[in-house]
Design a protein around this ligand. Structure first.
Ligand SMILES: Nc1ncnc2c1ncn2[C@@H]1O[C@H](COP(=O)(O)OP(=O)(O)OP(=O)(O)O)[C@@H](O)[C@H]1O
Length: 223
């Protein structure tokens, strides 16, 4: 099943076309690296997927929502079907792991305490961090913090996970562990698009590659 479909899509910012004529279909279970130089448009692409930037022309849908006709009031529902992982962990460092995760669930409309606890335990098990539930974020290593970010991203069981340089601040060994975790999530059916400059890791955890260059996004067969 397709989780993202872009047909002849153009995205502009302040009257200038940043990305043009994007044709791309991403299906459940796909794993894509998104490569490209600084300023080539990777963030622009992500921002269009989450409906932060509108589509100038073409036809686009993500997770069952048309980006051409989506209403502002529907955007939070679209985003609940997506997960985000960034280079900067963006965790509440003075709170514990459970609070960081319950915060997201409460913000997305969950009120049942037992259900919240159950979901948190479930995602922590998936990222191998069950024993950290009561630990404060600042006591965790960089790799552990990134695992918590991934747990946070999958709380609502997204169909598509967007990761922007998720290993950018991690050493090679820890990066590889994090990549293995992404691979496991992907094997469970979650589609993933990961912007990355980490070619070393990419050779060890292979995926399909999209290149962002000259205002276009297109598949390439090698780095
Ligand atoms: N708010 C904006 N208004 C106008 N142009 C913008 C805006 N934000 C970004 N751009 C331009 O869009 C182009 C793509 O930028 P974008 O941030 O998407 O690149 P990127 O590939 O994500 O870069 P990086 O790897 O540094 O994150 C750049 O030329 C940038 O100057």
């Amino acid at each position: 099943m397709s989780v993202l479909s872009f047909e002849q899509v153009t995205i502009s910012q302040e009257g200038v076309n940043t990305l043009e004529d994007i044709n791309l279909t991403i299906n459940e279970g796909d794993f894509y690296y998104l490569i490209g130089k600084t300023g080539s448009g990777k963030s622009t692409f992500f921002r269009s997927i989450i409906a932060e930037l509108g589509i100038q022309s073409g036809i686009a849908s993500v997770a069952g929502y048309s980006l051409n006709t989506i209403k502002r009031s529907e955007v939070p529902y679209l985003r609940r079907k997506l997960g985000f992982v960034f280079q900067d962990f963006q965790l509440l460092t003075d709170r514990n792991v459970e609070k960081n995760l319950s915060f997201v669930l409460e913000a997305t409309g969950h009120t049942n305490k037992e259900e919240i606890r159950f979901k948190i335990e479930e995602v922590l098990a998936r990222v191998g961090m069950s024993s950290a539930i009561s630990k404060r974020i600042h006591r965790l290593s960089g790799g552990e913090q990134q695992r918590i970010c991934i747990a946070r991203a999958i709380l609502n069981n997204p169909v598509l996970l967007l990761a922007d340089e998720p290993t950018g601040h991690l050493d090679p060994e820890v990066s590889l562990e994090i990549m293995q975790l992404f691979k496991e999530l992907n094997q469970s059916g979650m589609a993933i698009i990961m912007a990355s400059h980490d070619y070393n890791t990419m050779t060890k955890v292979p995926g399909q590659i999209l290149k962002c260059e000259g205002g276009k996004i297109f598949p390439v067969s090698s780095l």
